[in-house]
Design a protein around this ligand. Sequence first.
Ligand code: PLP
Length: 372
Amino acid sequence: MIYLDYQATTPVAPEVAKAMQPWIEEKFANPHSPSRWGHEAAAAIEVARKQVEKAMGLKGGSVAFTGSATEAINWALKGMVEKSGGRRHRVITVATEHAAVLDTCEWLAGQGVDLTVLPVGADGRLDLSLLARELDHRVLMVAVMQVNNEIGVTHPISEIADMAHKAGALMFCDAVQAFGRVELCKGPDLVAVSAHKIHGPKGIGALWMRKGREPAPLIHGGGQEQGLRSGTLSPELCVGFGAAARLAGERSTRDYDHVQKLWNAAIQSLGNGWTVNGSTAHRYHGNLNLRRQGLDGARLIADMRDVAFSLGSACASGSGRPSHVLRALGLDYRDARSSIRLGFGRYTTQQELVDACRRIAAHAIAQEKLDA
Ligand code: PLP
């Protein structure tokens, strides 16, 4: 199989699997228990925390582990609304955010939060003058992602954080698709990341919190994570996340350059007739979301069973609904259904990508002939 779905998840790095192994097979102690084995597990978790914090490269805060980035996002948004106690009750976000942000914001709106969802332009980018117009003393938080999961388009997070702070608001950033791929933007107060997008294990995420900006707990119980998040931590998942973060830091230039080469090779081998969805300049180039007039994306995926790629986001693909991100770009229903997403990275070889792209192009042309 040729795997071109790096936005949905990434293959676990061999170094990560190796680092996790002893914690799965032998070292099973509860990291919160006072035994020597418990202390050893707790120490390994602290090493992992430092590895994730180092790779994130943000100053003035620390990381709490969560069960996923989805949990980190829910925690950041709901926990800050709770902590504010109604002093500020507006949340501003963007139409192209991941469902974890949008659905949480909608849930908050159901609880009385005043929600504003800003549109994006045809290139998928936010017009900052729209944001400036909305920012006032009622805004508690601005939530904008750094790299979009469906189209790879980036937002100027540091600039947005400055604007939010000048209005006395907080800034939350979903950096799930940015972490380990591009440098994280400085400025946000809260940042969510996930291990499985950086060649780590599934089932673990993290919330970076600026000191003094910690949200109220979302999950109550033993208070294992600094009294802020409850639940026994998994040493193997934390160690795996730490190893993946260390590797991402060490390989950042190599991985980034590799992705640039892959992008150029993919564009070349697909040939004519394709339009890239979203800005090509303000983009992470490991995400190639494109459309072709008349293409039936779902049929293409079904026809090419040995190549794994996606319609838009993994969630949108599963639901059969056209992607809310592509609709936000102004694409009509037909154009959205004619779009596919190719995602590649560290372990993708140029040869397999070129092969897959040539075959995708050939299948698309065959579809056109059949439908003519
Ligand atoms: N945010 C973005 C941009 C994502 O791409 C994803 C995963 O698809 C998530 C949040 C959720 O991450 P997790 O799978 O760790 O819950």
